[in-house]
Design a protein around this ligand. Sequence first.
Ligand SMILES: NC(=O)c1ccc[n+]([C@@H]2O[C@H](COP(=O)([O-])OP(=O)(O)OC[C@H]3O[C@@H](n4cnc5c(N)ncnc54)[C@H](O)[C@@H]3O)[C@@H](O)[C@H]2O)c1
Length: 254
Amino acid sequence: MTQIFSLAGKVALVTGAGQGAGAGIAALFARQGAAIIVNDVVGERAEAQAQAIRDAGGKAVAQAFDVTDLEAVRRGIAAGESALGGPVDILVNNAGNGGAEGPLRMLPFADLPPEAWQATLAVNIYGAMNCLHVVLKPMVTRGWGRIITIASTAGTQGINGGMAHYGAGKGGSIALTRHIALENARFGITANSVALGLIRQDDSELFNKLARSLPVGRRGTPEDVAALCLYIASEEAGWFTGQTVELNGGAFTT
Ligand SMILES: NC(=O)c1ccc[n+]([C@@H]2O[C@H](COP(=O)([O-])OP(=O)(O)OC[C@H]3O[C@@H](n4cnc5c(N)ncnc54)[C@H](O)[C@@H]3O)[C@@H](O)[C@H]2O)c1
Protein backbone atom coordinates (compact mmCIF):
# COMPACT_ATOMS: atom_id res chain seq x y z
CA MET A 1 0.00 0.00 0.00
CA THR A 2 1.32 3.48 -0.87
CA GLN A 3 2.00 5.63 2.17
CA ILE A 4 -0.27 8.70 2.30
CA PHE A 5 1.54 12.07 2.29
CA SER A 6 4.80 10.47 1.23
CA LEU A 7 7.49 12.92 0.11
CA ALA A 8 9.77 10.18 -1.22
CA GLY A 9 11.93 11.38 -4.10
CA LYS A 10 11.30 15.07 -3.37
CA VAL A 11 13.88 17.71 -2.44
CA ALA A 12 12.70 20.33 0.04
CA LEU A 13 14.34 23.62 0.97
CA VAL A 14 13.29 24.84 4.41
CA THR A 15 14.65 28.28 5.27
CA GLY A 16 15.40 29.25 8.85
CA ALA A 17 15.30 25.55 9.71
CA GLY A 18 17.99 25.59 12.37
CA GLN A 19 15.42 25.80 15.17
CA GLY A 20 11.73 26.29 15.94
CA ALA A 21 9.00 25.64 13.39
CA GLY A 22 11.46 25.29 10.49
CA ALA A 23 13.39 22.57 12.30
CA GLY A 24 10.13 20.71 12.98
CA ILE A 25 9.08 20.97 9.32
CA ALA A 26 12.48 19.76 8.09
CA ALA A 27 12.44 16.79 10.49
CA LEU A 28 8.94 15.64 9.53
CA PHE A 29 9.50 16.10 5.78
CA ALA A 30 12.67 14.00 6.10
CA ARG A 31 10.78 11.27 7.97
CA GLN A 32 8.29 11.24 5.07
CA GLY A 33 11.13 10.60 2.64
CA ALA A 34 12.17 14.05 1.34
CA ALA A 35 15.81 15.06 1.06
CA ILE A 36 16.21 18.38 2.87
CA ILE A 37 18.29 21.49 2.31
CA VAL A 38 18.42 22.80 5.87
CA ASN A 39 19.02 26.53 5.64
CA ASP A 40 19.75 28.97 8.41
CA VAL A 41 21.71 32.20 8.57
CA VAL A 42 23.35 30.74 11.71
CA GLY A 43 25.57 28.01 10.27
CA GLU A 44 25.90 25.91 13.45
CA ARG A 45 22.13 25.68 13.79
CA ALA A 46 21.73 24.47 10.21
CA GLU A 47 24.56 21.93 10.67
CA ALA A 48 23.11 20.60 13.93
CA GLN A 49 19.62 20.16 12.46
CA ALA A 50 20.92 18.49 9.28
CA GLN A 51 23.01 16.14 11.44
CA ALA A 52 19.97 15.33 13.63
CA ILE A 53 18.01 14.38 10.48
CA ARG A 54 20.86 12.19 9.22
CA ASP A 55 21.19 10.58 12.68
CA ALA A 56 17.49 9.68 12.46
CA GLY A 57 18.10 7.97 9.10
CA GLY A 58 17.01 10.86 6.84
CA LYS A 59 18.75 12.70 4.04
CA ALA A 60 19.78 16.31 4.66
CA VAL A 61 22.46 18.85 3.90
CA ALA A 62 23.06 22.13 5.73
CA GLN A 63 23.34 25.34 3.72
CA ALA A 64 24.07 28.48 5.71
CA PHE A 65 22.97 31.62 3.91
CA ASP A 66 21.05 34.79 4.55
CA VAL A 67 17.79 34.68 2.56
CA THR A 68 17.92 38.45 2.06
CA ASP A 69 21.10 38.11 -0.05
CA LEU A 70 20.10 36.95 -3.55
CA GLU A 71 23.60 35.87 -4.60
CA ALA A 72 24.03 33.86 -1.40
CA VAL A 73 20.61 32.28 -1.99
CA ARG A 74 21.61 31.29 -5.54
CA ARG A 75 24.89 29.75 -4.36
CA GLY A 76 23.34 27.99 -1.37
CA ILE A 77 20.51 26.44 -3.36
CA ALA A 78 22.86 25.31 -6.15
CA ALA A 79 25.21 23.70 -3.62
CA GLY A 80 22.32 22.03 -1.78
CA GLU A 81 20.80 20.69 -4.99
CA SER A 82 24.11 19.29 -6.18
CA ALA A 83 24.72 17.62 -2.77
CA LEU A 84 21.26 16.02 -2.78
CA GLY A 85 21.22 15.20 -6.49
CA GLY A 86 18.08 17.03 -7.58
CA PRO A 87 16.28 20.37 -7.86
CA VAL A 88 14.08 21.87 -5.16
CA ASP A 89 10.51 20.53 -5.44
CA ILE A 90 9.20 22.02 -2.18
CA LEU A 91 10.07 25.47 -0.86
CA VAL A 92 9.14 26.41 2.69
CA ASN A 93 9.72 30.12 3.24
CA ASN A 94 9.98 29.92 7.02
CA ALA A 95 12.89 32.23 7.84
CA GLY A 96 11.48 35.25 9.55
CA ASN A 97 12.05 37.48 12.46
CA GLY A 98 9.39 38.33 14.94
CA GLY A 99 9.78 42.06 14.55
CA ALA A 100 11.94 44.32 16.67
CA GLU A 101 13.68 42.77 19.69
CA GLY A 102 15.26 44.13 22.86
CA PRO A 103 14.31 47.66 23.86
CA LEU A 104 12.48 48.16 20.55
CA ARG A 105 10.20 45.19 21.10
CA MET A 106 6.47 45.90 20.90
CA LEU A 107 6.92 49.63 20.32
CA PRO A 108 4.11 51.33 18.40
CA PHE A 109 5.10 52.13 14.81
CA ALA A 110 5.29 55.86 15.61
CA ASP A 111 8.24 55.17 17.94
CA LEU A 112 10.08 52.65 15.75
CA PRO A 113 13.34 53.60 13.97
CA PRO A 114 13.60 52.68 10.26
CA GLU A 115 16.40 50.11 10.87
CA ALA A 116 13.91 47.97 12.77
CA TRP A 117 11.29 47.82 10.07
CA GLN A 118 13.74 47.58 7.17
CA ALA A 119 15.26 44.37 8.59
CA THR A 120 11.84 42.86 9.24
CA LEU A 121 10.54 43.60 5.76
CA ALA A 122 13.78 42.35 4.19
CA VAL A 123 13.62 38.87 5.69
CA ASN A 124 9.89 38.35 5.39
CA ILE A 125 9.41 39.75 1.87
CA TYR A 126 12.73 39.84 0.02
CA GLY A 127 13.79 36.57 1.66
CA ALA A 128 10.75 34.81 0.22
CA MET A 129 11.11 36.55 -3.16
CA ASN A 130 14.78 35.62 -3.48
CA CYS A 131 14.12 31.92 -2.86
CA LEU A 132 11.13 31.95 -5.23
CA HIS A 133 13.19 33.69 -7.90
CA VAL A 134 15.68 30.82 -7.86
CA VAL A 135 13.38 27.78 -7.59
CA LEU A 136 10.16 28.77 -9.38
CA LYS A 137 11.18 28.61 -13.05
CA PRO A 138 12.69 25.12 -12.76
CA MET A 139 9.45 24.00 -11.04
CA VAL A 140 7.43 25.37 -13.96
CA THR A 141 9.65 23.51 -16.40
CA ARG A 142 9.21 20.24 -14.49
CA GLY A 143 5.47 20.80 -13.95
CA TRP A 144 5.45 20.22 -10.20
CA GLY A 145 6.11 22.33 -7.12
CA ARG A 146 4.95 23.23 -3.63
CA ILE A 147 5.44 26.66 -2.07
CA ILE A 148 4.63 27.20 1.60
CA THR A 149 4.92 30.60 3.25
CA ILE A 150 5.06 30.64 7.03
CA ALA A 151 3.23 33.83 7.94
CA SER A 152 1.51 35.07 11.06
CA THR A 153 -1.75 36.23 12.54
CA ALA A 154 -0.06 39.64 12.46
CA GLY A 155 -0.27 39.46 8.66
CA THR A 156 -4.00 38.73 8.57
CA GLN A 157 -5.31 40.74 11.55
CA GLY A 158 -4.66 44.10 13.14
CA ILE A 159 -2.98 43.70 16.54
CA ASN A 160 -2.56 46.50 19.05
CA GLY A 161 0.89 45.43 20.23
CA GLY A 162 3.79 46.94 18.32
CA MET A 163 3.56 44.59 15.36
CA ALA A 164 2.71 46.95 12.49
CA HIS A 165 6.01 46.45 10.65
CA TYR A 166 6.01 42.71 11.24
CA GLY A 167 2.39 42.52 10.11
CA ALA A 168 3.29 44.45 6.95
CA GLY A 169 6.05 41.94 6.21
CA LYS A 170 3.87 38.91 6.83
CA GLY A 171 0.87 40.41 5.05
CA GLY A 172 3.11 41.15 2.07
CA SER A 173 4.39 37.58 2.01
CA ILE A 174 0.79 36.31 2.06
CA ALA A 175 -0.14 38.54 -0.89
CA LEU A 176 2.98 37.43 -2.77
CA THR A 177 2.04 33.79 -2.21
CA ARG A 178 -1.51 34.29 -3.50
CA HIS A 179 -0.25 35.80 -6.73
CA ILE A 180 2.35 33.05 -7.16
CA ALA A 181 -0.45 30.51 -6.66
CA LEU A 182 -2.58 31.89 -9.47
CA GLU A 183 0.26 32.54 -11.89
CA ASN A 184 1.45 28.96 -11.55
CA ALA A 185 -1.70 26.93 -10.92
CA ARG A 186 -1.64 25.46 -14.44
CA PHE A 187 1.92 24.20 -13.98
CA GLY A 188 1.32 21.71 -11.18
CA ILE A 189 2.54 24.20 -8.59
CA THR A 190 0.61 25.12 -5.47
CA ALA A 191 1.35 28.05 -3.17
CA ASN A 192 -0.21 28.57 0.24
CA SER A 193 0.43 30.47 3.46
CA VAL A 194 0.18 29.27 7.04
CA ALA A 195 -0.63 32.14 9.40
CA LEU A 196 0.69 31.06 12.78
CA GLY A 197 -0.58 32.16 16.13
CA LEU A 198 1.53 31.84 19.25
CA ILE A 199 4.28 29.23 18.98
CA ARG A 200 7.03 31.29 20.61
CA GLN A 201 8.68 29.20 23.33
CA ASP A 202 9.17 32.20 25.60
CA ASP A 203 8.80 31.43 29.28
CA SER A 204 7.92 34.97 30.36
CA GLU A 205 4.72 35.53 32.32
CA LEU A 206 3.27 37.54 29.42
CA PHE A 207 3.63 34.65 26.95
CA ASN A 208 2.61 31.98 29.47
CA LYS A 209 -0.57 33.93 30.20
CA LEU A 210 -1.23 34.38 26.49
CA ALA A 211 -0.80 30.63 25.90
CA ARG A 212 -3.18 29.73 28.73
CA SER A 213 -5.78 32.12 27.35
CA LEU A 214 -5.97 30.29 24.02
CA PRO A 215 -9.02 28.04 23.54
CA VAL A 216 -6.75 24.95 23.39
CA GLY A 217 -4.91 26.19 26.49
CA ARG A 218 -1.38 25.95 25.11
CA ARG A 219 0.93 27.47 22.51
CA GLY A 220 1.64 25.65 19.26
CA THR A 221 4.67 23.42 18.71
CA PRO A 222 6.95 22.86 15.72
CA GLU A 223 5.19 19.51 15.31
CA ASP A 224 1.77 21.21 15.06
CA VAL A 225 3.13 23.41 12.27
CA ALA A 226 4.93 20.57 10.52
CA ALA A 227 1.83 18.35 10.36
CA LEU A 228 -0.16 20.97 8.43
CA CYS A 229 2.79 21.76 6.17
CA LEU A 230 3.16 18.07 5.33
CA TYR A 231 -0.37 17.97 3.95
CA ILE A 232 0.19 21.14 1.93
CA ALA A 233 3.47 19.79 0.53
CA SER A 234 2.02 16.42 -0.43
CA GLU A 235 1.00 15.06 -3.81
CA GLU A 236 -2.51 14.65 -2.36
CA ALA A 237 -2.88 18.44 -1.88
CA GLY A 238 -2.73 19.28 -5.59
CA TRP A 239 -6.13 21.03 -5.51
CA PHE A 240 -5.25 23.12 -2.46
CA THR A 241 -3.78 26.42 -3.59
CA GLY A 242 -3.92 30.17 -3.05
CA GLN A 243 -5.06 29.76 0.55
CA THR A 244 -4.05 31.22 3.88
CA VAL A 245 -4.63 28.79 6.73
CA GLU A 246 -4.92 30.15 10.27
CA LEU A 247 -3.11 27.79 12.66
CA ASN A 248 -3.66 29.40 16.03
CA GLY A 249 -5.05 27.08 18.70
CA GLY A 250 -8.51 28.50 18.15
CA ALA A 251 -7.46 32.10 18.96
CA PHE A 252 -10.12 33.14 16.45
CA THR A 253 -12.11 31.30 13.83
CA THR A 254 -12.73 32.13 10.19
N1 LIG B 1 7.21 32.32 17.24
C1 LIG B 1 5.92 32.64 17.04
O1 LIG B 1 5.09 32.65 17.97
C2 LIG B 1 5.47 32.95 15.65
C3 LIG B 1 4.16 33.39 15.46
C4 LIG B 1 3.72 33.66 14.18
C5 LIG B 1 4.58 33.48 13.11
N2 LIG B 1 5.86 33.07 13.31
C6 LIG B 1 6.72 32.89 12.13
O2 LIG B 1 7.04 31.52 12.02
C7 LIG B 1 8.35 31.35 11.47
C8 LIG B 1 9.17 30.50 12.42
O3 LIG B 1 9.14 31.07 13.69
P1 LIG B 1 9.99 30.47 14.90
O4 LIG B 1 9.48 31.08 16.16
O5 LIG B 1 10.09 29.01 14.77
O6 LIG B 1 11.40 31.17 14.55
P2 LIG B 1 12.77 31.16 15.34
O7 LIG B 1 13.12 32.58 15.58
O8 LIG B 1 12.78 30.20 16.48
O9 LIG B 1 13.74 30.57 14.21
C9 LIG B 1 13.90 31.21 12.99
C10 LIG B 1 15.21 30.79 12.37
O10 LIG B 1 15.36 31.55 11.17
C11 LIG B 1 16.69 31.96 11.07
N3 LIG B 1 16.76 33.17 10.26
C12 LIG B 1 16.41 34.43 10.64
N4 LIG B 1 16.68 35.29 9.67
C13 LIG B 1 17.21 34.56 8.63
C14 LIG B 1 17.70 34.91 7.36
N5 LIG B 1 17.71 36.19 6.94
N6 LIG B 1 18.15 33.92 6.55
C15 LIG B 1 18.15 32.63 6.97
N7 LIG B 1 17.73 32.26 8.19
C16 LIG B 1 17.26 33.22 9.01
C17 LIG B 1 17.14 32.19 12.50
O11 LIG B 1 18.55 32.11 12.63
C18 LIG B 1 16.42 31.09 13.25
O12 LIG B 1 17.20 29.92 13.41
C19 LIG B 1 8.90 32.75 11.27
O13 LIG B 1 8.68 33.15 9.95
C20 LIG B 1 8.08 33.60 12.23
O14 LIG B 1 8.00 34.94 11.82
C21 LIG B 1 6.32 32.79 14.55
